[in-house]
Write a protein that binds this ligand. Structure first.
Ligand code: EPU
Length: 433
């Protein structure tokens, strides 16, 4: 694949963007539903699947173990079970995406065995998989770890329901064990489960297809195991991406004259709407859209500083922490950014400082942002998905031109973001390196 970069002409702090910007299907919902297709005996038809790199990689992985996966229309896939499937996840593909680990639950539950490497993904912290392994062990599986892979085998080929307590409410562990429980023998209980809306959405779909899951979206999830599921031909449309909606809302706040973020669920980003409003951003909420307006008659167009602390849902999402920090560089006063979920997610701040931001790191989890500081255009290297998008926002606010390299990292989570940004007035071009 060609390496690409974005060329962005900054707005020098002026708020001129106008129009509607639509939100696509949720990456972190679609990835789990694709993995859940392994629990079915008939075809699973998915709609509104974002056309992004992480999805393409997971589809490759599903095909590699022997499932059919065709995309006859844009944003749609049909995933079909086959008689012979492999229990080995391709290390080349699995190492590229963190969500490959989500496949291990359904595959182990279906076949009684799974072999996989330590998963890859964005470098934002240690990202261990100990909770997955411990849960499989509690469900009666034997785990063998070699230099480059894990080999997991269920006792007599079948997982057994268990009572599992998660030390931290992990999103993917909750989803993966919930899926494994669907085909396990007996009842699986997950305590201190994560509460993210993608988990509830996944459980709703599985229940429609014959699963028996109670409590998804609360801290106790109870799964009664049963046979393979059946969609009966009813397709699933993936829910809107709340992180994309939030990123676009931050852009609208920073540089919008009158911007409406459409095709989203505002209830899923309450924490962000709350801090932006407290900071002085004018947001009007409808059922599936959020409108940000900057009233030119109002001379005092300043934003106020405030502290943010990332938290599991419904708290402030870690995936919006970097874009929000760009916003805080433009707010008057001192803001504390406290990242509580991942320990490697503040490294991008150095690049913002090089653009003129006043940021003081305190420890691996906290930094002080003093604003408002004008930013100036720079050559930037997108370090991971969310920080990459934050750099695009910073470049749009800046004076002068910026180049954001390593666009692949942004494409992992945002589909053709430059086309959607250009439609509301951003001067952005995708070119080969
Ligand atoms: N953790 C462990 N052991 C485990 C699993 C997790 O210690 O076995 C720790 C993690 O290291 C972290 C904490 O638990 O400190 C919570 O992480 P969690 O497991 O919830 O994160 P995740 O499930 O790996 C998902 C999203 C992330 C998002 C986080 C937090 C997917 C595919 N990924 O990751 O999304 O940041 O939840 O909301 O759903 C992104 O989209 O850019 C992204 C990184």
């Amino acid at each position: 694949m060609d390496k690409e970069k974005f060329l962005i002409k900054g707005l020098a702090g002026s708020r001129t963007l106008e129009g509607e910007i639509p939100v696509g299907g949720a990456k972190n919902a679609a990835l789990k539903v694709i993995a859940a297709s392994l629990l079915f005996k008939d075809d699973v038809e998915l709609k509104n699947v974002p056309n992004i790199e992480d999805i393409k990689k997971l589809i490759e992985l599903v095909r590699d173990i022997g499932f059919g996966a065709v995309s006859s229309k844009e944003h749609s896939y049909i995933i079909s079970p086959k008689d012979r499937i492999s229990t080995v996840l391709s290390p080349e593909i699995a190492k590229k995406i963190r969500s490959s680990v989500v496949l291990t639950g359904p595959l182990l539950a279906r076949t009684g065995r799974v072999v996989f490497p330590h998963p890859g993904g964005c470098i934002i912290g240690a990202r261990p998989i100990d909770f997955f392994l411990k849960s499989y062990e509690m469900m009666g599986a034997k785990i063998k770890e070699t230099k480059d892979k894990y080999i997991i085998e269920a006792k007599d080929g079948k997982l057994i329901g268990a009572k599992i307590f998660l030390p931290i409410p992990s999103v993917t562990v909750t989803e993966t064990i919930m899926m494994a429980g669907v085909l396990a023998k007996g009842v699986t209980t997950i305590r201190n489960a994560a509460l993210e809306p993608e988990i509830e959405e996944l459980a709703k779909f599985l229940n429609k297809c014959g699963a028996n899951i109670q409590g998804a979206g609360t801290s106790t999830v109870i799964v009664r195991g049963g046979p393979l599921l059946k969609t009966g031909g009813v397709p699933l449309s993936i829910m809107p991406d709340r992180i994309e909606a939030g990123s676009f809302l931050i852009l609208a706040a920073l540089a919008g004259k009158d911007v409406t973020v459409t095709q989203c669920n505002p209830d899923h980003i309450e924490a962000l709407v709350d801090v932006l409003r407290r900071s002085g951003v004018k947001i009007d909420i409808e059922k599936s859209s959020l409108r940000v307006t900057c009233d030119s008659r109002n001379k005092k167009k300043e934003f106020q500083s405030l502290d943010i602390k990332t938290h599991e849902y419904p708290g402030f999402p870690t995936d919006l922490q970097a874009p929000m920090t760009v916003f805080l560089t433009q707010a008057v006063g001192e803001s504390l950014v406290h990242e509580t979920i991942f320990e490697g997610r503040l490294a991008y701040a150095e690049s913002l400082e090089a653009m003129g931001a006043d940021i003081t790191p305190m420890d691996p989890h906290r930094m002080l942002v003093k604003g408002a500081t004008p930013l100036h255009g720079k050559d930037l290297e997108s370090p991971d998905l969310r920080a990459g998008l934050a750099f695009v926002l910073a470049a749009i606010v800046s004076k002068g031109n910026s180049t954001v390299h390593n666009v692949y990292n942004i494409d992992r989570g945002y589909e053709s973001v430059e086309k959607r940004f250009a439609k509301i007035g951003v001067d952005i071009l995708r070119v080969s390196e």
